[in-house]
Write a protein that binds this ligand. Sequence first.
Ligand code: ADP
Ligand code: MG
Length: 230
Amino acid sequence: MQDSFICQQIGKSFTGDGIETHALTDINLTLEAGDFISIIGPSGSGKSTLLSLIGTLDRPTNGTLSYGDQSIHHLKSRELSDFRFENVGFIFQQFHLIPTLTALENVMAPLFGRKVTYDKKERALSLLEKVGLADKAGSLPSQLSGGQQQRVAVARALVHEPKWLLADEPTGNLDTETGEIIFNLLRSLNEEKGCGVLFVTHDPALAERANRKIEMRDGLIIEDRRLVRT
Ligand code: ADP
Ligand code: MG
């Protein structure tokens, strides 16, 4: 159970203009440490909401969320941000790099203001090397292609050595070939480092290449099954 996320009867509603939207209803899930999991489902089915609850960027309206034997859904903001720093890295469809910082500075950015024992620059450089961008350390995001920017984002997500990578349509803005590079990178991090990966995708073929596939519709999990990896 260590390093596993456990969702029990999780619900999430949003209220705006007097209208309540039930984004998630009765989600029961255990995400086991080191797993490689895809989430697929139509637009508006609750995929991003689920990812942000698991990543503690937002809180559930109902239910409980635990990490191992630690209950996390009611932690104070400061404790939550420490939890995130220790355990999760995020990757988004739109990369979300800081445009005024170089690739190297973007990778180091999560470490600012944090006590870290290793040399930040050395670690960031070795991650850029790992994603094949050692020669782009001094480049600004605007000087990089979409695929290169996403590789910088992957390096940034790894800089604090998280146990989990949460990726919301990480290949959604990339062509097939570049998407394949990012997907293979996530897979190798999972296989070599044992980093748990939970990724959202629109692509049915990609979803089938995970170890476990979760399918959502209208805020519900309609299918959750183990896959034989090909
Ligand atoms: P998906 O990622 O599968 O496209 P989302 O998780 O983004 O779906 O959204 C699920 C539902 O929750 C949608 O109906 C969406 O409009 C609603 N929703 C998501 N975030 C918010 C928010 N911050 N405020 C209001 N409604 C939201
Ligand atoms: Mg989404």
